[in-house]
Design a protein around this ligand. Structure first.
Ligand code: 5AD
Ligand code: SF4
Length: 456
């Protein structure tokens, strides 16, 4: 499919090695992966490729993978099975696997029949156009890490949303939580220079973005590589950029959350009163075995300090049930913390052993049916808490960032409140990409419903 004759020089001076080709990227996993896919799309477009609407109509198909839980990997392998059928029909199609699974399961993926045409790890995306061009001639493997920060210029990002923009501030993780594969798949922490982050935010501001979300596996340990300035200084610098009204960041680690960061959040009305603060377990004994670096009391104390400084703060969290050795008492401790904190949202998972991790050496000794029951209990309790919280919003007017049509259909639009709740509402005007004042009329456990309040 690669045709030298098609190479042409683009306005940016780069050679359009992929001119005339169409790409499709399927993304699994977290916001970090979504942002990586936006970078990959940017690199492909700079090389002359154009987006395709579906896997059936593309020449280059990239699967951006997630290895964080066994379930995410299983979904990936079933997707790859479907792609094998597509490849049989269209042998010229170039299929590549990117992301965490490409990094940690290289041999296994390359050994599949038919295997992918290329594998590319998270540290190599700036070389994607060359790798794609090569892969049409010979299978290629581009993984491994050099420990350096790789900057993508603002022009090398094709953003999914015209309203809310992701900005990556750091990569990798040094924490080695016992269950987590991320430090092996993404490597050690490396930080993006603060001026580059501010420039990207200014670029988003110029293009009319209303919300900026700072991304990293562990944002609180951010340090500007030049000056050593911490995350709190970055937050202040980004909040000072005129334009975007809302600023969020994800993911925070409770053990690295400083008072300075709490003050920086409180000091700017732009920083949304919303925070994702993974707890994982409410039992100090389990947290210790997980190597999380905080106890239940420390976590609860942090929540109290945050809520004191940021009234109305909406908190969300991650919970793992059935970590090795988790007793009924440990499980009840987790339920107790859910009752005490009253999170606005949680993401809850059954523990699954991951390759290379410390916990993979422990016996996975909580039986599958016990894990399943504990997960149901966590989710049922959380559902009732969310329903109560959401009902308390009925009759109130919320500011909502309007993101697009609602999944509920009809004329409804959907957006997010400052607390990150999904709000489906009857609009007064059809436009998206704006803030609306919405009067909440009803509430379910997972979303709010309302009507746009008419402003004078
Ligand atoms: N098993 C279950 N859940 C896991 N997570 C990470 N690793 C595992 C694992 N081995 C969950 C954690 C993390 C979220 C992104 O995924 O809760 O915060
Ligand atoms: Fe994984 Fe822990 Fe790092 Fe989060 S902080 S990415 S859970 S090792």
């Amino acid at each position: 499919m690669y045709n030298e004759a098609e190479g042409a020089t683009m306005t940016n001076g780069k050679t359009a090695t992929l001119a005339g080709l169409r790409y499709f990227i399927r993304t699994f996993g977290c916001q970090m992966n979504e942002n990586d896919s936006e970078h990959m799309a940017g690199v492909l477009v700079q090389a002359g490729a154009r987006p395709a609407d579906s896997p059936e109509s593309c020449d280059i198909l990239i699967v951006n993978t997630c290895a964080v839980r066994k379930k995410s990997e299983e979904k990936l392998y079933s997707y790859l099975g479907r792609l094998a059928t597509l490849k049989k029909k269209r042998p010229g199609l170039v299929i590549g696997i990117a992301g965490c699974v490409a990094e940690i399961h290289q041999a296994e993926l390359f050994g599949r029949k038919p295997g992918p045409d290329f594998l590319i790890g998270p540290d190599r995306y700036q070389d994607l156009a060359r790798v794609v061009a090569q892969a049409s001639r010979a299978r290629s493997l581009e993984t491994g890490r050099d420990g350096l920060w790789h900057e993508f210029g603002p022009e090398a990002v094709i953003r999914e949303s015209p309203v809310s923009g992701y900005v990556t501030i750091m990569e990798g993780c040094d924490n080695f939580c016992a269950y987590c594969v991320v430090p092996f798949a993404r490597g050690r922490e490396k930080y993006r220079p603060l001026p580059n982050i501010v420039r990207e935010v200014e670029d988003l501001a110029r293009r009319g973005y209303l919300e900026v979300q700072l991304l990293g596996q562990n944002v609180n340990s951010y340090r500007d590589p030049e000056t050593g300035r911490p995350f709190a200084a970055l937050l202040k610098a980004v909040a000072a950029v005129e334009g975007p009204s809302w600023l969020r960041f994800i993911t925070s680690h409770p053990k690295n959350f400083t008072n300075e960061t709490i003050e920086a959040m409180g000091g700017s009305p732009k920083v949304c009163r919303e925070l994702h603060l993974p707890l994982q377990s409410g039992s100090t004994a389990v947290l210790e075995r997980m190597n999380r670096g905080y106890s239940r009391d420390l976590y609860l104390d942090l929540v109290r300090r945050l809520r004191r400084a940021l009234p109305g703060l909406s908190l969300s969290t991650d919970i793992i049930v059935g970590f090795p050795g988790e007793t009924e008492e440990d499980h009840r401790a987790t339920l107790d913390v859910l009752r005490e904190v009253r999170f606005a949202n949680i993401f809850s998972f059954r523990y699954s052993p991951r390759p290379l991790t410390a916990a993979a050496r422990l016996a996975d000794d909580v039986p599958a049916d016990v894990k399943a029951r504990r997960l149901v209990e966590v989710q049922a309790l959380q559902k009732s808490i969310q329903l109560e919280l959401h009902r308390s919003f009925i009759g109130r007017i919320l500011t909502v960032l309007v993101l697009g049509p609602s999944k509920k259909g009809g004329r409804l639009l959907a957006g997010r409140s400052e607390g990150h709740q999904v709000v489906n509402f009857v609009p007064a005007v059809e436009d998206v990409g704006r803030f609306a004042q919405v009067c909440v009329t009803s509430a379910g456990p997972y979303s709010l419903r309302g009507e746009e309040a008419l402003t004078a």
